[in-house]
Design a protein around this ligand. Sequence first.
Ligand SMILES: [Zn+2]
Length: 455
Amino acid sequence: MNLVDYFADKISPAGVAKLYQLSPQWAITKLREHRFRQVVQYVGRHSEFYRTAFRQRGIDPRMVRTPADLGDFYTTPDDIVANPKAFICQTPNIVFESSGTSGKNKQIYYSQRELRQIGQIDAAGLQLMGMESTDRVANGFDFSMWIPGMLVHNALMAANTFCMAFGKVDPLEVYRRLKQYQFNVIMGEPTWLIRLTELAEEHGSVPLKLLIGGAEEMPREAIGWMNRVWQGAKVRMCYGSVELGGGLGYQPCDQPDVYHVDDTDFYPEIIEPDGDGLGELVFTTLRRTVMPLLRYRTRDVTRLIPEPCPCGLRGMRMARLRGRRDELIVASGGNLYPLMFENILRPIPELTHDWQVQFKLEALREIMEMHVECAGIDESALQREIQQQIRLQYPDLMKNLDIGIFDMRIVVHPPGFLRSDRKLKRMVDHRYEQDNAATGPQSAAAGSKEAAHVG
Ligand SMILES: [Zn+2]
């Protein structure tokens, strides 16, 4: 550990936030570049994957000054799925999993020290978003294998707030305890927060200070409605992922379409940008020691905004996400990919091999519409059979349906109806189409983002 990181570890989250607010732009840039050079040399020494890749490509880590010096070398999700152990540089204490489109999960390892550090950084992010140690927080993020809940919990401990670690329970459980524990900040996935807000609209609300979402994008129309229902609560989002280990993007100011980026702990880049600057987000972790990732391809499409923010906070900003480069869609409170639906529908002999799942918003409610083909079947029996398969194979998805954060609809067509083309698009996301129309062209299929979390 170098001296800068040694002292960085000792500062309180409030100190980290203050330091970031006060640092001049040149210092932020210098720190990011210094850390980048160090991490390249570090993985060159300790990670079998990067050592091999550098050797094959004739890269001398000591000569690398900026990401551009690595040419077209990137780390892909498939690299991690193929051999996660080859990335590990130090003995880990914990593993998280994040789903990949192949149906195989990515393993991401961390040490106890890294988790503490992530907690401290994320707490600083929450501080910049307006959270104070006197706040009372309901943490409704999932405590599961892809574990945003626990990372958020670490951040709340580091921020020294009072909290309850609900996990992704039925929003009704949180609603019932609002007054009892006097929560004024609620954190969870947007679809879950929307369900909770529906309950409050119907049965009465309390004044809240903040609603913080992550893991999916928040529909724009939801923000004003939530603000109204919760009597003035600010609605803010974070962008993170299991691979990032913490939040990369925060919303400290009133701009729902923009994230401020933590560009001293991560080095973000956009690759293959289109005319509007939209391209795939790639990041390098700058302080990881167990499993650092160099130029990791997130598959998320966005753009970086170099101009300074009117709020005065320095550093890079990033636009609201525009979709995914692959067929993974974050919807219905989880990461969904075509293979899942293949597995759900295959055991039902009456169906043809063609199907398509569409995601929509009706008012603010998320609808998962499964279009299938069949020559004649009792539709209620089909509905029961599909639900049974989901319950058996994907209990997390069923749980999200049970707790009411999305609705499922099954639409039956005659055989041959769905395929007009050789390649049938299996998953179609209509949820943010209006958003996209309002903000310009998109460069990839609409959708949202990966197993992300907040911090
Ligand atoms: Zn700002």
